[in-house]
Design a protein. Structure first.
Lengths: 294, 293
């Protein structure tokens, strides 16, 4: 109520209002309802994902071809530096295949995590215009990555078949699918956590690309893990790294015709489901704050 | 003025309970707390220069019933748009609470959707974002396109649209679901005459469906035409709340005095208008949870 000293003598009527039927504006829904709402918004997630796959490279002349050209050029760069100049390929069977898998798959995580981290600021207008569970934006980023990864993975397998030594196609190649799904789940979890952090402190978005680069070196994308044999502690850390395990699983099943170790699967699965559970709760906790202008 | 308790029997659409809003904004004014020399350069580098507190709203209480269309008038910077943003939930109030029967939809100027995809895809995206099902969208699609008046431009990317076209499309999408509570911030002034006619028709339909509309406008004509109740806000507080003709008459006198640079007369008009103001002091009839921020 206004202070009486500003010269007003207005009437104040005690008014009894039933607010039980009303919702408090800007309050986040309970967690279980939130999950149900996410499921109800699945069509939104798929439509948004499809629309952004189409418009993603709309300003480039080659359009969506860049989805494939990007990792190819990236792989070529790493091949020149690590394969030809530094010769770290000693002891790696089929180094080109090893490098292609590393670069192509790691790049998918880089993109999913860095676009996911910016999900709130880059969708600010949609957030402010409509009221929907905000975690759908992260789901849509990751669905988009899965859709975009289909041609990328096919290119990757074709490239592996093109370069000597040619690997045989076995049923083990099918293991790529669950490995990539677990990778996507992990990307989603990390994206959810970073999206909340970035929505509060935008500066963090600038650090992510550096962090991803360090992570890339710690995932043995372009050199073998035997490089770290003199440092057993570092080697253990790398082996606990879920993205290193994704690369290992795919390399073993596609290049070396071996069934990936159960340790690899369990490390990856624990990370993936742990990250998505923590990420979902952490992101939901600040649901009502996304898109506020402060 | 009565001392009896007034009971609001019908469940209201919006309840604004003693809401205040203080913005902390950066200022370029010198000497307001900023250090000298080095410290000041550091502050500027980090982007946290001197700030001042702006009291945009000073304890506003309102009860708006279902089926009411309320116009909000006031000078620039009087707190009208802040009130709309608070009711929309886009900004949390510094103190007080806002309750609504469903989450209010805010239509504003220049709110674009996704610029890189076509108007058609934006309709799909917007409708899905409002939680409509595929069937509902298929059903509503033609009337959205018609209301937006975009015709064949609907297939072009949104970034090629003029700002008027953009806000028409947004209005058409946002009103596709018959929102229970619609907040409009000057949006109606952006359309051309043909669109205004259509908007008016759509607004009448919305009102007929017992929706509740809050309209901020500088156009007294629009307010008179559309609203059954008018609220005058000045310097973050309520001045008048009541019959459109009455409130607009007082507001007109106030503005006339201000235009004539007669501040004293203007303030006198405002004070006299405020004399008749009746403000609800809310007692929530609620036994269960009352969430605490």
């Amino acid at each position: 109520m206004p202070a009486p000293d500003d010269g007003r003598s207005s009437g104040v009527v005690p008014t009894s209002v039933d607010v039980r039927t009303l919702i408090r504006v800007g309050e986040r829904p309970p967690f279980r309802e939130y999950l149900v709402a996410l499921w109800n918004y699945r069509h939104f997630v798929f439509f948004d994902a499809k629309a952004s796959v189409q418009s993603g490279n709309s300003k480039d002349r080659l359009g969506s071809i860049w989805l494939i050209l990007n990792p190819v050029l990236n792989g070529l760069t790493f091949y020149l530096i690590f394969g030809v100049l530094l010769q770290v390929n000693r002891g790696v069977e089929n180094f080109i295949g090893y490098l292609i898998i590393g670069v192509f798959l790691f790049q998918m995580s880089t993109r999913a995590i860095s676009t996911g981290a910016r999900a709130v600021p880059s969708n600010l207008k949609v957030i402010q215009a409509f009221n929907f569970p905000r975690a759908t934006l992260l789901l849509s980023v990751n669905v988009r990555e899965v859709l975009a990864s289909i041609p990328v993975v096919i290119t990757m397998l074709v490239l592996i078949l093109l370069f000597e030594p040619v690997e045989d196609i076995t049923w083990l190649w099918l293991l790529v699918v669950p490995a990539l799904l677990l990778q996507t789940v992990f990307n989603l979890g990390v994206g959810l956590i970073l999206a909340r952090v970035v929505s509060r402190v935008n500066d963090v978005a600038n650090v992510i690309s550096f962090a991803m680069r360090i992570w890339m070196y710690a995932s043995c994308v372009m050199f073998p893990i035997t490089l770290f044999d003199p440092y057993p502690a570092v080697r253990t850390v790398i082996e606990l790294n879920p993205l290193y395990q994704v690369l290992t699983i795919v390399r073993e099943s596609v290049l070396y015709g071996e069934v990936p170790a159960w340790e690899s699967w369990s490390i990856l699965a624990v990370w993936a489901f742990g990250a998505v559970a923590i990420g979902m709760i952490y992101f939901w906790f600040a649901e009502e704050t996304y898109g506020r202008d402060e | 003025m009565t001392s009896e308790i007034e009971f609001v029997r019908e469940p209201p659409a919006i309840v604004v309970d003693d809401v205040s809003m203080v913005y902390r904004v950066p200022t370029t004014q010198n000497g307001s707390g900023a250090g000298q020399g080095f410290l000041r350069s550091v502050r500027r580098l980090v982007g946290s220069g001197p700030t001042v507190d702006v009291r945009a709203l000073k304890g506003i209480s309102l009860v708006v019933g279902k089926g009411e269309s309320v116009g909000i008038i006031g000078r620039n910077g009087s707190g009208k748009s802040t009130l709309m943003k608070l009711i929309n939930g886009r900004v949390p109030p510094t103190s007080g609470a806002i309750y609504a029967s469903s989450r209010p939809t805010l239509l504003g100027v220049g709110a674009a959707l996704v610029p890189d995809i076509s108007g058609e895809q934006n309709i799909m995206l917007g409708c899905l974002a409002m939680g409509m099902s595929k069937n509902q969208i298929a059903h509503a699609y033609t009337s959205i396109v018609e209301l937006s008046g975009l015709e064949s431009s609907i297939h072009l990317p949104m970034r090629t649209y003029s700002s008027g076209m953009g806000s028409r499309l947004q209005f058409a999408i946002a009103t596709a679901v018959d929102p229970e509570i619609l907040l409009i911030d000057e949006a109606l002034n952006t359309g051309d005459d043909q669109f205004k006619g259509r908007t008016k028709q759509r607004m009448d339909e919305l009102l007929a469906k017992a929706g509740c509309v809050l309209l901020v406008s500088h156009s007294v004509g629009t307010i008179k035409e559309m609203c059954s109740r008018v609220i005058w806000v000045d310097e973050g507080e309520l001045v008048m709340d009541g019959d459109p003709t009455e409130v607009i008459k007082w507001y007109g006198t106030f503005i006339k005095h201000l235009t004539a640079r007669d501040r004293v007369a203007a303030m006198k008009t405002k004070r006299r208008a405020m004399n008749d103001l009746v403000v609800p002091h809310l007692i929530s009839r609620e036994t269960g949870r009352r969430s605490i921020e």
